[in-house]
Design a protein around this ligand. Structure first.
Ligand SMILES: Cc1cc2nc3c(=O)[nH]c(=O)nc-3n(C[C@H](O)[C@H](O)[C@H](O)COP(=O)(O)OP(=O)(O)OC[C@H]3O[C@@H](n4cnc5c(N)ncnc54)[C@H](O)[C@@H]3O)c2cc1C
Length: 369
């Protein structure tokens, strides 16, 4: 039987970022079911950090994570892990009140927001349909950050290994037992602290361990990639404030999503034809582009708690069982802050998150409902 101080189930961004920090305090082993890191949600995201998404706790976690992305730790990665990329929100007539509400929300965190009229929308992204019957006004957040998800996953893994930690791929956790004061996983590894960072499978892992599930809700989101046949240099990450469309340029293609949230089971999520067609429809509705061919399509799961706030904390009903789940659509942009919260709660370092009490992200709040 192998032993570890901290055993982490899940090699996505949540598990790996926490593993890298915990490795400073003891032996860490990460067990990942797939043969590659980030195979599920973490490798399927559009990898952005911005304040236009999530509740007040998510925005605070995003803000606490910014310094990590803006000034990555010495030796963390040879290439940039993040770069400035503005975010633009636009509204047709009916959605103008939502635009104003979005602006008020974001102004609490960003003091450089720019209101945009229809002409300014077109200057920033020439394909947007603007004017009467189309986008009337908008808002630019110049502080958006494009993240490199692969660089983050690889760099956290390197940091973990450099601190003596181990990642075991192709190790699906199928059996979890409590013996004495240790958790025994797959009859192979024993640890005092078991961290459940299994993403969409978080509740299933809890059930294996005899722990009360939190009612996690995996929701599928679809992305298509199209070639608009034009130079997209300088285009921002464009969102309809009504919440049914976004697009952003990446590697010469335009990524487009209908911002779907379709309830799903934990699985290797695949794009549904209807959602793919809806993505193309939204692109043609909001822009002058026509979709002749879809170069790629994919789907991934965004897994939410009932209050849409990520969770980190010990299960109230099982000693040593730690929840790190429910990252929703913000798992990358909140990972540095969540990892420091995990370190504090498990290793006893100072609480790092001003304005967010541990109870705000503790799993107990979800069980009490
Ligand atoms: C289309 C899309 C766009 C997104 N865009 C953004 C964005 O712009 N910004 C942002 O911050 N977030 C974004 N997200 C959300 C982000 O991807 C997730 O919040 C994040 O990846 C969740 O990370 P995770 O580590 O919890 O889950 P995962 O990456 O899914 O990792 C969980 C891992 O646990 C493993 N596992 C499960 N069960 C077991 C078991 N029994 N044994 C061993 N291993 C197991 C799985 O194989 C998996 O690798 C997006 C998501 C999608 C789908």
């Amino acid at each position: 039987m192998d032993g570890a101080d901290f055993l982490i189930i899940g090699g996505g961004i949540a598990g790996l970022s926490a593993a890298a920090r915990l490795a400073a305090h003891g032996k860490v082993i990460v067990l990942e079911a797939e043969d590659a890191l980030g195979y599920h949600s973490s490798g399927r995201s559009v990898s952005f950090s911005h304040y236009g998404i999530g509740n007040e706790a998510v925005r605070a976690l995003t803000r606490h994570s910014r310094p990590f992305f803006e000034h990555q730790p010495e030796g963390f990665c040879d290439t940039p892990i993040a770069w400035l990329s503005p975010s633009l929100y636009f509204a047709e007539e009916a959605a103008l009140p939502r635009l104003d509400a979005q602006m008020a929300n974001m102004a609490e965190l960003v003091d450089t927001l720019e209101p945009l009229d229809a002409a300014a929308l077109v200057r920033l992204c020439p394909v947007i349909k603007a004017g009467p019957g189309a986008a009337m006004r908008g808002l630019l957040d110049p502080t958006g950050l494009k993240l490199d998800a692969d660089a983050l996953l690889q760099s956290f893994s390197r940091q973990l290994r450099a601190r003596g930690g181990e990642i075991r791929l192709g190790r699906q956790v199928e059996k979890i037992e409590r013996r004495g004061d240790a958790w025994i996983v797959n009859d192979a590894v024993a640890a005092q602290v078991l961290v459940n960072a299994a993403g969409a499978w978080g509740d299933r892992v809890a059930v294996l361990a005899g722990v009360t599930p939190l009612g996690l809700e995996p929701k599928r989101r679809t992305v298509i990639a199209v070639d608009p046949g034009m130079d997209m240099t300088g285009w921002p990450f464009v969102h309809s404030v009504g919440g049914d469309f976004y697009m952003l340029p990446e590697a010469g293609l335009l990524l487009v999503s209908p911002v779907d949230e379709v309830p799903d089971e934990p699985c290797d999520a695949q794009p549904d034809d209807y959602d793919v067609a809806f993505a193309a429809d939204r692109l043609e509705h909001y822009t002058m582009l026509k979709v002749a061919r879809i170069a790629h399509r994919w789907a991934g799961l965004r897994t939410f708690t009932s209050d849409r706030t990520p969770t980190a904390g010990f299960a109230p009903d099982a000693p040593g069982f730690f929840w790190l789940c429910g990252q929703g659509g913000y798992g990358l942009q909140t990972a540095p802050a969540m990892a420091t919260a995990v370190e504090s709660l498990i290793a006893g370092t100072a609480w790092p998150l001003a304005n967010i009490a541990p109870a705000r992200i503790a799993p107990g709040r979800l069980l009490a409902r």
